[in-house]
Unconditional design. Structure first.
Ligand SMILES: [Zn+2]
Length: 164
């Protein structure tokens, strides 16, 4: 029996580690690590700071329902800030109507977001998050308009808009 168990573990353990790597790359790449110490908050501190809906998106990489954000139709001139740390992420100049139901932009403000690949829908997608607090914002796709050809598909609940 002991011999059987140890043989089994011998096979299982390496197999599990490989599977873990394949199916849970999120933990491996785990990136939502904040670059600024000020935003290196515990789960509890983030929960106190954010609404439950924004917490779910920023800290748990959730996605809001399509067409649910009033920012989807926001057409005024202004700046879109991270709801977690107030860093400016996008300006209204780069916003466009993608028809997807989420606020969409073709370019972030330089240095304001960082990307990583996630596999939540099995197919790899490029996630992006605020470079200051690490809060998840959305996903970036290669079907956007010129000049970048990128579509930054953002959760409205992760942003706050201030009109000019
Ligand atoms: Zn932020």
């Amino acid at each position: 029996m002991n011999q059987f168990l140890s043989r089994r573990s011998f096979i299982l353990i390496p197999t599990m580690s490989i599977l873990k790597f394949i199916f849970k790359p999120k933990k491996v790449f785990a990136s939502s690590s904040p670059s600024s110490e000020n935003y290196n908050l515990s789960k509890k501190e983030w929960k106190n700071k954010l609404s439950p809906e924004s917490y779910y998106i920023l800290r748990e990489e959730g996605t809001e329902r399509a067409f649910s954000s009033p920012l989807n139709n926001e057409k005024r001139k202004g700046v879109f800030y991270c709801v977690g740390c107030s860093q400016a992420l996008f300006t209204s100049e780069t916003k466009f109507d993608s028809g997807t139901g989420w606020p969409s932009f073709w370019d972030p403000i330089k240095g304001s977001v960082e990307t990583k690949v996630d596999f939540k829908l099995i197919v790899p997608r490029t996630e992006y998050h605020c470079s200051r607090c690490g809060g998840h914002q959305g996903h970036v796709f290669n079907d956007g308009p010129l000049p970048t050809g990128k579509r930054y598909c953002n959760n409205g609940l992760a942003l706050k808009f201030i009109a000019e």
